[in-house]
Design a protein around this ligand. Structure first.
Ligand code: GLU
Length: 377
């Protein structure tokens, strides 16, 4: 696990997220010089044995230019159309730049919803593993044509953090147009200092991001810190660097003091628990009695059918549900049975569950290994 800058020279797999402001320009759409700069550095990282996946924004901004929609306020559908146009230019540019180094690229368009659903998540994860082993650089962007709320600036930070966990990366780097996180607004205070390494993402650190209108947060510092929080809780270190600085990525990966590095705390969730607690889509609720709540909270017990008093929602086996006691969510977990079966067995002993269902794959409704208490989040 990454604890110091020196540990960065041992990174084996990294996500490099590039922001729109860095990659695009109002005259030409894509800034080919910037793409080439990033690609050269990724190439040298690959040569040094680091597997890299790029998460790239820029589709909407590039599409605007090609459609002659500059300066126009776009509706959501126009943004989606612009993204659809811009995405192909974006891929063409990365494709050309990597081809000079004989490296193939792959387009992966994902939504956060895809990552919250177990089956789609597994498919995306298997695809990226296969691409890595074939030496291909996956280039991820939000699948903007199928989402509405997500099509806004800063959302790829979040997506990048989730992808970093999905591919089991050691490091998640956000390449932006600011030098890192400052302890005060550098545009207002001359003595504002760049934070080199952050060990705990507490309230005082979050406050450094300023409000959403803060100038030095033009890279969307608040959304970056939220993404840092997701990544570090999931065991992935994060960094914010300025892509305009020559060779900043290669510098970062040899341990030089560039940007801001966020290391993971000791109290990090294991990745499986983090995924259940923070990422997976909640498909329903299981209401439990006081006795079940007691043993789940205090004894680390699994949830058994006998403790269930109500089942809400329609979900499949394996989906994530909330466990509710007395109107309060006490935990989240992965269900061993689907909602129809659970309605038939609520309140029964595990033996009677087997008789009623005619099968019993599991004694518990949620095994404790797949159960995360609310207070532990
Ligand atoms: N997916 C959007 C695009 O490619 C960008 C979202 C973001 O900037 O975070 O334009």
């Amino acid at each position: 696990m990454i604890k110091t800058r020196q540990d960065l020279s041992h990174v084996q797999r990294a996500i490099v997220k590039i922001g729109s402001s860095l990659l695009t320009d109002a005259d030409t759409g894509i800034r080919m010089d910037m793409v080439e700069h990033v690609v050269e550095q990724v190439f040298s990282l690959q040569k040094a044995g680091v597997q890299v996946c790029i998460v790239s924004s820029g589709a909407v901004a590039i599409g605007r230019v090609h459609l002659g929609w500059l300066g126009k306020t776009l509706s959501v559908h126009e943004k989606q159309a612009a993204a659809a146009v811009g995405q192909s230019w974006l891929m063409e540019s990365y494709g050309k730049a990597f081809a000079k180094h004989d490296i193939q690229v792959a387009q992966m368009l994902l939504t956060k919803d895809d990552l919250r659903h177990r089956r789609r998540y597994l498919n995306a994860s298997n695809t990226s593993e296969t691409l890595f082993s074939a030496g291909v650089v996956p280039i991820v962007n939000e699948n903007d044509t199928v989402v509405v709320e997500e099509i806004k600036f800063g959302d790829n930070d979040n997506l990048g953090a989730l992808v970093a966990m999905m591919v089991n990366a050691d490091l998640f780097v956000m390449v932006t147009d600011v030098d890192g996180l400052y302890d005060a607004n550098p545009n207002e205070q001359q003595d504002a200092k760049r934070c080199s390494v952050i060990h705990h993402l507490d309230d005082s650190v979050m406050a450094m991001a300023g409000g959403s209108d803060s100038e030095f947060g033009t890279g969307g510092m608040l959304s970056k810190l939220t993404a840092v929080e997701i990544a570090t809780r999931g065991g992935v270190a994060a960094a914010i660097v300025n892509g305009q600085q020559r060779g900043v990525l290669t510098d970062l990966f040899v341990g030089n003091d560039v940007g801001t590095l966020f290391v993971c705390g000791e109290d990090r969730h294991n990745r499986h628990q983090h995924w259940i607690a923070d990422v997976l889509h909640v498909a329903g609720q299981l209401h439990v009695d006081a006795g079940a709540a007691q043993v789940i909270i205090h004894k680390g017990a699994s949830l058994l059918p006998i403790g269930m008093t109500d089942v809400q929602g329609n979900f499949d086996k394996g989906e994530c549900v909330e466990v509710v006691a007395d109107g309060v969510v006490i935990a989240r977990g992965l269900c061993n049975y689907n909602s129809d079966d659970l309605r038939r067995v609520q309140g029964l002993s595990s033996q009677d569950m087997a008789k009623t269902l005619g099968y019993k794959d599991f004694t518990s409704v949620i095994h404790r290994d797949n159960l995360v208490l609310k207070g532990k989040r």
